[in-house]
Design a binder for this molecule. Sequence first.
Ligand SMILES: NC(=O)c1ccc[n+]([C@@H]2O[C@H](COP(=O)([O-])OP(=O)(O)OC[C@H]3O[C@@H](n4cnc5c(N)ncnc54)[C@H](O)[C@@H]3O)[C@@H](O)[C@H]2O)c1
Length: 254
Amino acid sequence: MGRVVGKACVVTGAGSGIGRAIAERLAEEGGKVLCVDIQIESVTKTVAGIIAAGGVAEAVEADVSDPVKSAAFINRCVELYGSIDILINNAAVNLPGIFHEVTNEVIDRTFDVNIKGPMYSTRAAIPHMLRQSGGSIVNIASVNALIAEQFLTVYAASKGAVAMLTKGIAVDYAKQGIRCNCICPGWVDTPINYAHAEMLGGLAKIYASIDDFQPIGRPGEPREIAHLALFLASDEASFLTGSIITADGGMTAK
Ligand SMILES: NC(=O)c1ccc[n+]([C@@H]2O[C@H](COP(=O)([O-])OP(=O)(O)OC[C@H]3O[C@@H](n4cnc5c(N)ncnc54)[C@H](O)[C@@H]3O)[C@@H](O)[C@H]2O)c1
């Protein structure tokens, strides 16, 4: 038996990295997964992989910063699978820069995708979850919700907001069986980091000295974050809500 058998799931940003790994992990444990991404080719690949492995999934192209599209993919999940039991707000952008040079477009895009996106999809999912008397929402924030890093001020501010969105939803709906938790990953090996890595002197340089900031001494793997997301999404985490959990190889321990 799987750990989320028959649960209807939405994963945003499921075309790459952590989102793809979460979609795969949920499907392996019996979840039916609506995989959302702005990049249709990559999310179609995620879905093809899940189906080839015997799972249930469908791809949807959507920009999470569009409230109409967000409501539409939540409704599509209910239409397709009969409910929305698990929502993973994972899609994000990381547009690093020297703070006083950052453009309005960068500030707007970062906040539109990283915090308004999770707000729109969560707002659309909650009426269904209330009707079902429950649901589990997992937001993917970042260690930058907790600690600052050079060139990431705008990103970090957006991720700090994701942590507080998590707590707010947890408090508002605790009595109605809707749980909301947040994961703060450390450095995981995915493309979202590449622009930041360039500003810091390149990925090779960072990985050569990763001990300096991530004590475990290596980048995380998307699947290592997915295991935690699966746990939080599942009924095994029935006493967890409003939790901000690091999965960071010890980065925030020092
Ligand atoms: N990789 C890390 O080191 C790290 C660390 C901390 C937090 N995170 C967080 O993990 C999450 C996943 O990132 P990742 O590392 O897998 O990066 P990634 O670049 O591999 O994947 C991000 C995915 O989100 C999609 N996406 C971007 N904007 C979108 C939008 N507007 N609408 C829909 N989809 C959109 C992209 O197309 C991509 O498929 C993000 O929230 C990120 O902030 C990552």
